[in-house]
Design a binder for this molecule. Structure first.
Ligand code: C2E
Ligand code: CA
Ligand code: CA
Ligand code: CA
Length: 275
């Protein structure tokens, strides 16, 4: 920015100007979308490696845009985070995920769990525990079927995290550490905090069939999880080779395109819940 006389600043770069405009537009568009309820969830199955049965789903948000079609979260979640709209978006995601799972349970589907992604905004917001309590009450979903996926980077602030995590654990919901292995944080929190599951990041799985270092890292994470009495799931499995290596190393839960892409609710139901 360049100083423009005494009444403020002016962007001197047209490119920057265009970027800012685009963002402002996107923000307004997001607000409209929230009002109109244009967001929906897709569900990706989480699979038991030995018999390939479904044990849960991860809820992943999509924007059903009136002109651009279905947009993935990478195109709007960052802006939603920057503008604070993420709070509203996530509370709807949370409600819808629990409502949908409860409705599946009531219809006689297997009693599987639903995992919901939580941003750091939401995690550190003072009303999180109350909000979760409310959602559980309103939807009737049993707490143990709700899992929150938070990233390992939140553990860099263990004093704050531990208070929130203990409150959540008291509600009976489960906590999974997403993108595990990419967070550069100390591992000491693992023995102190009520965490249920490690989710091994896709970046370690990608080349696992050809890269011995990745294989060693993944094997170590799995062993460590088992020694600490934690569940472990690997994400981003795309090939049979990857699945076989993970199974050899006793990883019992897996998720990835090899089994299924994230699916609209109706399709997940048709393929996995009432086949
Ligand atoms: P994530 O939580 O790490 O979710 C996994 C992403 O990997 C999803 O992308 C999923 O579709 C994709 N994926 C699953 N299996 C495979 C595979 O085998 N290969 C490859 N290449 N990709 C696979 P998606 O749905 O685009 O979500 C991207 C990110 O957006 C998520 O990463 C998560 O961080 C964020 N996100 C999604 N939904 C929400 C939400 O409701 N709230 C928040 N705060 N973030 C969300
Ligand atoms: Ca996730
Ligand atoms: Ca992840
Ligand atoms: Ca990831």
């Amino acid at each position: 920015v360049k100083k423009n006389g005494k009444n403020g600043y002016q962007f001197f770069s047209c490119e920057l100007n265009a970027q800012v405009e685009q963002r402002v537009e996107l923000e307004a568009d997001l607000r409209r979308a929230l009002e109109r309820g244009e967001f929906l969830l897709h569900y990706q199955p989480q699979i038991r490696a030995d018999d390939e049965s479904i044990i849960g789903v991860e809820a992943l948000v999509r924007w059903n845009h009136p002109t651009k079609g279905i947009l993935p979260p990478g195109m709007f979640v960052p802006v939603a985070e920057d503008t604070g709209l993420i709070m509203e978006l996530e509370s709807r995601v949370l409600y819808e995920a629990c409502r949908q799972m409860q409705s599946w349970h009531e219809s006689g589907a297997p009693l599987i769990s639903v995992a919901v992604n939580l941003s750091s905004h939401q995690f550190y917001h003072s009303s999180l525990t109350q909000q979760i309590k409310d959602v559980i009450e309103q939807t009737g979903l049993e707490a143990k079927y709700l899992e929150l996926e938070i990233t390992e980077s939140l553990m860099m602030n263990p004093e704050v995290s531990s208070t929130v995590l203990k409150e959540l654990a008291n509600l009976g919901i489960r906590i999974s550490l997403d993108d595990f292995g990419t967070g550069y944080s100390s591992l000491s929190y693992l023995k102190k905090l009520p965490i249920n599951k490690l989710k091994i990041d896709r970046s370690f799985i990608q080349d696992i069939a050809h890269n011995d270092s990745d294989k060693a890292i993944v094997a170590s994470i799995i062993d460590m999880a088992h020694h600490l009495n934690l569940n472990v799931i690997a994400e981003g499995i795309e090939t049979k080779d990857q699945l076989e290596i993970l199974s050899q190393h006793n990883c019992r839960e897996v998720q990835g395109y090899y089994f299924s892409r994230p699916l609209p609710a109706s399709e997940l139901e048709r393929v996995y819940l009432h086949p």
